[in-house]
Every structure is written in structure tokens, then in C-alpha cells.
Design a protein around this ligand. Structure first.
Ligand code: KG4
Ligand code: ZN
Length: 358
């Protein structure tokens, strides 16, 4: 089955062609980072305008690189949420129009489910139940995946996503956007024990994540020590590197510690770590170590597939299309789409599909 994937939920316009849910024929990503950089974050209006400009050339490029014709595809998978509404609508409307014109089925995909599927390209088939830790600029969730297509949230962030905390701390320190890669680089030269930040804990004892208190603690530290934000072109001081390392160490200990505690209870057979923050080598190493401690393999997407892309959307959509699921042209974008307790079977029943098969 040859599927065209389309992703436009945030600030990347992406299209990919994927065969049988695992073989990536092409993956084209047009990033808007340069546009949003000077604002220190994504500006929604600029993002949707840019998606409008890029969607046609990006899809054309995906077909050209894959060397296949539009009428050779068996279906289209497109992100329908969560994300920015103006951004989502560009990809979704384009996918619907293309599906209608080509008379092919199309299916809406949850962006977070897409991130989980980003590991299928470079890893052996997964064993279930699996744990999926999705850490990006918009989400920080730990899912239990008892079987393909079924998800249960075990822990979620109460406030900021981990990537958002990286971006905000980087902005505070004058380091630019996106913050994750810059902080990771500086942290390598810093002492993670230099600044003592406490691990976030929930008052109600639930295993959720929280990163906004840590962000406030960093801001307080900056104020109290009189640390100056790094000016453009200036080499960051040792104090900034130590702060970056101390911040990152708490983020990683929090993510890995919670995952380990819940693994004791749920006994997963695989650990997936995906999303933009999964580019972070220190998080990868800590997750590999966790995998060794609990005796399960840790799977990561290749770096190209860690941040937003359309190959992961095509892979997740292929499973649904193969199960006989498709959406109608009335499908709407859902900015706060959740991924919880969805199973392929319920999904099929809820949509009234009679062709359901697994
Ligand atoms: O998955 P993604 O491209 O977009 C969302 O769905 O949010 O993730 C982007 C996020 C940004 O917050 C960025 O700072 C973070 O991923 N990120 C990193 C690294 N590379 C990207 N965070 C930590 N370390 C990195 N190396
Ligand atoms: Zn994402």
C-alpha cells in the first residue's frame, strides 16, 4: 500500500511517500524556523501563510523524489490535530481536495500518534505492551500502548511541554530559537550539579510531569545571580553553560524517573522515545540506560524523523487505511485532539465502518 502523508500542524510543511507503512520513498520537510526565529516562537498567522505557500511545491517534491505518479497512491494520511488551527487546515484541506480529485481514500491522523510511529522506519517490529514517551514542543506524554493503535495516557504534563521549557529557558538566556539543540550543546560543557533545582513533584501524588516550576526557578536564578542574557555573536559564559546543564539534567531525570516508576507497574516490553526532544543525545543515553535497567529495548526515530515530518503521519495512517478506515470530506481539524483509549476496533465502530478488518 502506497500512502502520501501530509503534515502541517505547527511550523513545518511536510509531505512523504511511504510504502506498506515502513518503507520511506521520500520525506520532504520545509521548515519555517528562520521565519519564527526573530519572535522566539511560532507566530500562528505567519505559519499558516507559509504553509499555504509551501504545500503545493512540498507535495510535488515528495512525488518527484519518490519517482511515483499521483495516481499510483492508495490513500492519503493527514494530520488533523492537535496543533494550530490555521496550520492544520492548510494540510487537511489540501489532502481532502487531492483525495477527492484522485478518488482515493484519506484518513485523519493524530499528530502524537504520528510521533509514536516515527520509530517504525529504523527499528525492528515493536513488541507489545510498549511504553511511548512523546516529548516535543507541544506535548509531553507517557503512553501505555497495549497493542497497535490503542493508547492509554499514564502521565502528561500539567503545564509546559518539555520542549517548550527548553525554548523558554533559551529565550530567557538570549540563546535563540529553537532552544533544545542550543541548550543541549551548551550543557555538554557545563556542570549539571552547579545549580540545584528540585525535581518537580505533583501535590496529589499522580505521576504527571510539570516543567513550568523549573522554568520559574531558572528565571529566579538568573535574576538573583545577575546573569546577563548572551548577546548575539557572544560566546556563552561558563555560568550559562552550567545553568543549561543543570536545567537539562532535571528535565531528563524527571522524564526518565517517572517512566521507570511506571514501568515497574506496567512491565512494558519496549520503550519508544519520540518527538523533537528525542533528538537530545543525553535523553537518548538516559533512556538507553533505563532500558538496560528494566531489560527492554529503547527505540528512537532517526534524527530526521524526530521533529515534525510527514513520513510518521503516513506510517500511522497506513495502519488505519489497511484496517479499512477512512474519513469523509466533512472531517474537521481538531486543535486539541487527544490520544487516549483509542483502538482500531472502536475507531472503526465509531465511524460506522463496515469494511473493518485487521
Ligand atoms: O516535535 P517537534 O518538531 O514539534 C512539536 O510537535 O512540538 O518538537 C520541537 C521541539 C522544540 O521545543 C525544540 O526545542 C525541541 O523539540 N528540540 C530539542 C532538541 N531538538 C529539538 N529539545 C532538546 N534537545 C534537542 N536536541
Ligand atoms: Zn510534533
Amino acid at each position: 500500500m502506497l500512502v502520501l502523508g501530509i503534515e502541517s500542524s505547527c511550523d513545518e510543511t511536510a509531505a512523504a511517500l511511504v510504502r506498506d507503512g515502513r518503507e520511506m520513498l521520500s520525506s520532504v520537510i520545509s521548515s519555517q524556523v528562520e521565519i519564527h526565529k526573530r519572535f522566539g516562537g511560532v507566530v500562528p498567522e505567519l505559519a499558516s501563510r507559509e504553509h499555504l505557500d509551501k504545500i503545493v511545491p512540498v507535495v510535488e517534491e515528495a512525488f518527484a523524489r519518490a519517482g511515483v505518479g499521483q495516481d499510483e497512491i492508495d490513500g492519503i494520511a493527514v494530520t488533523r490535530g492537535p496543533g494550530l488551527v490555521g496550520s492544520l487546515l492548510v494540510g487537511l484541506s489540501f489532502a481532502k481536495a487531492m483525495a477527492y480529485a484522485l478518488e482515493k481514500p484519506f484518513v485523519g491522523v493524530n499528530h502524537i500518534e504520528g510521533h509514536i510511529y516515527s520509530v517504525v522506519f529504523d527499528n525492528p517490529p515493536l513488541e507489545y505492551p510498549a511504553f511511548a514517551l512523546v516529548v516535543s514542543g507541544g506535548h509531553t506524554n507517557l503512553f501505555l500502548v497495549p497493542e497497535p493503535g490503542r493508547y492509554r495516557v499514564l502521565a502528561r504534563t500539567r503545564d509546559d511541554a518539555a520542549g517548550e521549557a527548553y525554548d523558554k529557558v533559551a529565550k530567557m538566556l538570549g540563546l535563540g530559537y529553537p532552544g533544545g539543540p542550543i541548550i543541549e550543546r551548551l550543557a555538554r560543557e557545563g556542570d549539571p550539579r552547579a545549580v540545584k533545582f528540585s525535581l518537580p513533584r505533583m501535590g496529589d501524588g499522580l505521576p504527571d510531569f510539570s516543567f513550568s516550576g523549573l522554568k520559574t526557578a531558572v528565571s529566579k536564578h538568573v535574576r538573583e545571580t545577575g546573569l546577563k542574557p548572551v548577546a548575539e555573536g557572544e560566546e556563552p559564559s561558563q555560568a550559562v553553560k552550567d545553568l543549561a546543564a543543570s536545567f537539562q539534567s532535571v528535565v531528563i531525570r524527571s522524564l526518565v524517573g517517572t517512566t521507570e516508576r511506571l514501568a515497574g507497574e506496567h512491565k512494558p516490553r519496549a520503550l519508544i522515545v519520540a518527538g523533537g526532544v528525542a533528538c537530545n543525545e543525553a535523553l537518548r543515553e538516559a533512556s538507553r540506560e533505563l532500558g538496560r535497567r528494566i531489560g527492554v529495548p529503547a527505540y528512537f526515530p532517526s534524527r530526521h524523523l524526530s521533529t515534525d515530518n510527514a513520513a510518521m503521519i503516513a506510517a500511522a495512517g497506513t495502519v488505519k487505511l489497511q484496517a479499512g478506515l477512512s474519513d469523509g470530506l466533512d472531517l474537521d481539524a481538531d486543535v486539541s485532539l487527544r490520544l487516549q483509549n483509542v483502538g482500531l476496533e472502536e475507531d472503526a465502530r465509531a465511524r460506522g465502518h463496515i469494511h473493518y478488518r485487521l
